[in-house]
Ligand binder design. Structure first.
Ligand code: AMP
Ligand code: ZN
Length: 461
């Protein structure tokens, strides 16, 4: 199986060659923890979980290191802490907000069938030099200043974009163009309008750390440069996130990491998932089409949401619609019925090959549909490999029926009554019961079991 991945930096799909097949290293930007994550945030988590699973399959689970950070220092967090816990000292209030939000995030993405990353560092643990000597933000900033890539001005430390000849390569923005288009004198302390903050001062009402540049806090981008280096080294294999992160976040991560370490690359493959829209519109609170993962999980099993996400190729925009979610639910009902109780088999080559082609999940789904009618053992194993079929068929059906508001015990009792009526040839009564069930939205399917005895299964219309 040759794995091929699309790299945003070189704008080509090419064979994936790890730096070290015994330690394949991937970093994905994680959530800023101030509120429930929305369904758009679930997209990178699910997409890179599938890639993580594929890499583990290809190189062995113990040979893949996946780091996804938690951003727990951010002005949105400060605002939320002040609003929700006005009586508490700021640091305590912040800790309450970030811990609660991080555990909600974990519950959400676990329900979506995602594995835990190998490491999940929190930004606030990587601001100051550490006892274990792992990379930290203050040391990185000092290195950047020492190498002539950063300067102090106006109480901030800024990255000097002009000190890096190929700044802008990831997003394809040229510094000259940025200069020409820049508004004049917006931030007079910057040497160049594109220069960005590495460190800024904190007021008393903002979280801060004592640093060589006074009490302050880091800029956003430097976090990921520090945490990726801490766990994956100065150069690693894959860096991922949503397309909105290409500029400025990833562009600036590259600038910081390469200039601090003096390396020609930061990561060999830059992967970006497309954006998620809802019913054809940008998701926004004001449009009323904004959904948290938590809200959707109240209505749908996480596997239904997971499947809905994978129907679209990760690099394309995805239009999240109720129709698509309902269709995924029906597909999973069918797959559960066909294969959830099958324990033999291994993931199908057709499924793995589709994924190996830059995570071609549309082709993967076609392969799964093909297996549905030819090899339920391979279907079951493939689905488990992909993070589905976490329950037995009975559990799944019970859950789906509860979700649809129908009392499964009552349905089963009526089905037993109907079978008894049919056995005594009282077809008037059996038809009456069928109609009663139909009025509840329950559709019956009469068939035979393996021994040829009549069985009746049911599903919601
Ligand atoms: P944030 O908490 O906004 O930094 O986002 C966390 C992750 O979710 C990043 O990788 C973003 O690119 C991604 N993301 C945010 N909104 C969307 C969206 N609507 N569709 C897809 N990905 C998104
Ligand atoms: Zn990042």
């Amino acid at each position: 199986m040759e794995l091929r991945l699309y790299d945003t930096l070189t704008r080509e799909k090419r064979p994936f060659v790890p730096l070290d097949p015994n330690n394949v290293r991937m970093y994905v930007c994680g959530p800023t923890v101030y509120d429930f994550a929305h369904i758009g945030n679930a997209r990178p988590v699910i997409v890179f979980d599938v890639l993580f699973r594929l890499l583990r399959h290809r190189y062995g689970a113990e040979h893949v290191t996946y780091v996804r950070n938690i951003t727990d220092v951010d002005d949105k967090i400060n605002d939320r802490a002040a609003r929700d816990f006005p009586g508490l000292p700021l640091n305590e209030a912040i800790r309450k907000v970030t811990e609660k939000t991080a555990s909600q995030f974990h519950a959400d993405v676990t329900a979506l069938g995602c594995l835990l990353p190998t490491f999940e560092p929190r930004a606030t643990d990587f601001v100051l030099p550490r006892a274990d000597g792992k990379a930290d933000m203050v040391t990185l900033i000092r290195q950047l200043i020492a190498r002539g890539h950063a300067y102090e001005a106006g109480g901030e430390v800024l990255f000097d974009t002009q000190s890096m000849p190929d700044y802008g390569a990831l997003s394809g923005r040229k510094l000259d163009e940025q200069l020409a288009g820049a508004r004049v004198a917006v931030e007079a302390h910057k040497r160049n309008p594109a220069d960005f903050v590495l460190w800024k001062q904190s007021t008393e009402n903002e979280p801060g750390w004592e640093s060589p540049w006074g009490r302050g806090r880091p800029g956003w981008h430097i976090e990921c440069s520090a945490m990726s280096a801490a766990y994956l080294g100065n150069v690693f294999d894959i860096h991922g996130g949503g397309v909105d992160l290409i500029f400025p976040h990833h562009e600036n991560e590259i600038a910081q990491s390469r200039c601090a370490h003096g390396t020609p690359t930061m990561a060999n493959y830059w992967m970006h998932n497309g954006f998620l829209e809802v019913e054809g519109e940008k998701m926004s609170k004001s449009l009323g089409n904004f959904f948290t993962i938590h809200e959707l999980l109240a209505d749908w099993p996480g596997e239904v949401l997971r499947l809905t996400m994978l129907k679209t190729h990760y690099r394309s925009p995805i239009d999240w619609t109720l129709k698509s979610v309902e269709e995924s639910a029906r597909t999973l009902d069918d797959w559960y019925r066909a294969s959830a109780d099958v324990r033999s088999g291994k993931p199908a080559a057709s499924v793995l090959e589709a994924l190996a082609d830059d995570l071609n999940t549309a082709q993967m789904l076609a392969a799964l549909h093909g297996l549905r009618n030819s090899d339920t053992g391979a279907l079951a194993a493939s689905l488990r490999f992909l993070g589905f079929l976490s329950e037995s068929n009975a559990q799944w059906e019970g859950r789906r029926q509860t979700a649809s508001g129908v009392d499964a015990d009552r349905v089963n009792a009526l089905i037993a009554d109907r079978a008894a009526a049919r056995a005594r040839k009282d077809f008037k009564e059996s038809d009456r019961i069928r109609d009663e069930l139909a009025a509840m939205g329950v559709v019956l399917k009469d068939g035979k079991d393996a021994e040829g005895k009549p069985v009746t299964t049911w599903e919601m219309a």
